[in-house]
Ligand binder design. Sequence first.
Ligand code: ZN
Length: 507
Amino acid sequence: MNTVAPSPLDDLKTRLSDIHGLEMAGAVLDWDQETYMPPGGVGARAETRATLAKLAHEMQVADVTARLLEAAEAEGNDKEAASGDEDASALLRVARRNFDRATKTPAALVEEFSRATSLAHSAWTQARAGSDYALFAPHLEKLLELTRQIALARAPHAPIYDTLLDDYEEGLTCTALEPIWAELKAVTVPLVAQIAAAQPIDDGVLHLHYDPAAQRAFAEKVLADCGFDWNRGRQDVSVHPFCTHFGRSDVRITTRYACNDLQSALFGSLHEMGHALYEQGSPEAWEQTPLAGGVSLGVHESQSRMWENLVGRNQAFWSHTYPALQGTFPAQLEAVPLSEFYRAINRSAPSLVRVEADELTYNLHIILRYEIERELLEGVLTVADAPAAWNAKVESYLGLTPSNDTEGILQDVHWSHGGFGYFPTYSIGNILSVQLWNAAEREIGELEPLMARGEFAPLLGWLRENVHRHGQKFPPQELVRRATGEPLTVAPYASYLQTKFGALYDL
Ligand code: ZN
């Protein structure tokens, strides 16, 4: 019998696959908690979850992992010179990044942070319910301090906010973001003001009664048409919609149905489907390795926003899909022409609450959060002064004034989880979605005629080839360059917004 001894890289992969297995088991429990678990299960689930997380973390930072990684790196250095195995060196790069990130944060700090977020989350829930910022303020103060310490432990010489950004979007810095925000504001703020002065769009037709079961059947059919693989995915109901995955062949999305809102489940489903298609398109050969799955939150969001907005809020898409929607809801939509429906789903109006914001005003909510959280972390703004600073920015960007902190600074859950540096990835995704769309059109021709015929395979095929199949092999900025031929650039997105909303509002 002829057996080949496993290489150091194989040994490392086995180790990482074991860790991955624990993380996936945790993800199944999280999915279950958000969908089917009875409320009484919370306590026991928290214990089980903590055990799995602890085991995975211990395995990740253990000496044996360090030794396997070093041995595989040494072998890689020898081999790479000879064979140039790109996938192996990418795998080692990502494994090293994950290892360093896990080991550079002192365990005591991780534990303190975890405890602080539990307390902060419960305080935030109360504070938000009663619009009582003072209840949350000391917790925010504590989380900011711990976040600073963690960022400095990871990268002592880097600006704190850059270290946080890098967690979600590798390589992104404030220096790169500032001109992006400036350009985005320069196009959005005047456009929002022009729309405020224009004839408003009436979207009342979207708020008639829509039977949830019929909404569900319709959305499931649309998802299948777009290319969602129901054999490797499913959709359930949760309070907050999300997408999770336990590998490329089991991708879960959730949505919520509202009787008097046609948009929530429909566009929410298209959004989560965009995330799911990315995960379903990850290469089979990389399953259970650090190269599997989406590379960053920004790139992930480019996929969800593309299917939600560029496809789902596109007139050509509805010229194909609208008759079926009218057939599903004849009483509500039979007398509503396509052009009117298209205008309704693209209505833009400033709002106080980010999750209710439309495609155009959404980015202003993001820029505002970036500016506030960065000033808080850098000590330029105090926790006590933050609500007033928030309201002043809402006034200046959106022309609105929050009447209390619940519709102001207390509205988002992110800070109570210690999620600082996360918000910018939403807008990065918006910007990138248009760059990718344009790049796809340069290669396969205009996409709208295809949408009008219900042909989504060419777009999905292009995304598979240029984004999905690369998994985490390239850092996000390199992936963007390879797929679009340029770095992250606002101009295409700015021109998309101007053209689309200019036409909608006759500007
Ligand atoms: Zn998303």
